[in-house]
Write a new protein. Structure first.
Length: 281
């Protein structure tokens, strides 16, 4: 079962307590930007990032606590783990030292299971989540699953932090997370590849490169926005722009052939889900 929560469901972040962000790369940094934009006091943010960007260093001048000494910060409400899964084992001891009796641990590490996190953080309240890169513009979607120790208040806290970057779906079955990672976590790259290959095809058809690139970019983004706003399903939208024996129908005959896009996408998602399972270790 899943429960959908959108940005309109989120609570304000001005009273959410002290948040520690471990890892402030692209995804962690995007989440931090969203939190601050929604009222989280910079003085209530601790960031652990060995290679801070100039932007992050600038935020430290506004109150964000950057790379404090071990044990210097206590009473952390929520720890957000946004490091690469390959280094998870290395950072878990320092994370464990930050966990208090009521601390919520919110992990966005791909492939790292609740079991892995619970082994490193015994008795902790843990939410495992998978956001995607449109979070950088507040248009991401995140799927989250809690462990048994998470309280309703902690779940709402996790939701508020995640919803700062877009829509949130909650699930009870953690086994779905590998497929989630393959569809939405990795999905933006598939769309970017579509724009990339459409640009190349346009150039080969005779378009100047700048025009081909603009047409591909605006077509992909415009179609995506139409899909978001329309109550119609993707198949109906596709049929609505396909005239019998027209140009679109000719192109779709290739893309929808037995060896076309459908089997390729199925294989791609299956490979991504497999890799997600491998990252679990």
């Amino acid at each position: 079962m899943s429960v959908s929560m959108t940005r309109s469901d989120k609570t304000r972040l001005d009273d959410i307590g002290l948040v520690a962000l471990v890892g402030a790369g692209k995804m962690g940094g995007a989440m931090l930007d969203g939190w601050l934009a929604l009222g989280l006091d910079p003085r209530n943010v601790v960031v652990v990032e060995p290679h801070p960007s100039e932007e992050l260093a600038a935020l430290s001048m506004k109150g964000v606590v950057l790379n404090p000494p071990a044990g210097a910060v206590t009473n952390i409400s929520t720890i957000v783990l946004a490091v690469k899964p390959q280094v998870a084992s290395d950072v878990m001891p320092s994370v464990a030292a930050m966990v208090g009796a009521d601390t919520l641990v919110l992990s966005i590490m791909a492939g790292k299971t609740l079991a892995f996190l619970q082994q490193a953080l015994p008795k902790a309240s843990i939410v495992r989540a998978m956001p995607n890169t449109p979070a950088a513009i507040g248009r991401g979607i995140t799927v989250a699953v809690p462990n048994a120790a998470v309280t309703p208040e902690q779940r709402q806290r996790a939701h508020a932090l995640l919803a700062a970057s877009g829509a949130v779906e909650w699930i009870d079955d953690e086994s779905l997370m590998d497929a989630v990672t393959a569809v939405s976590g990795s999905g933006p790259a598939y769309v970017f590849l579509l724009a990339e290959t459409l640009t190349k095809a346009g150039i080969e058809a005779g378009l100047p490169a700048p025009l081909a690139a603009k047409l591909a970019r605006e077509t992909v983004s415009g179609a995506g926005e139409l899909l978001r706003q329309s109550p119609l399903d993707p198949a109906t939208l596709r049929r609505n722009v396909t005239s019998p024996a027209g140009t679109t129908a000719a192109a779709l005959a290739v893309l929808m052939a037995a060896d076309g896009l459908d089997p390729l996408m199925r294989k791609a998602v299956a490979e991504a889900a497999k890799r997600s399972r491998e990252l679990a270790g």
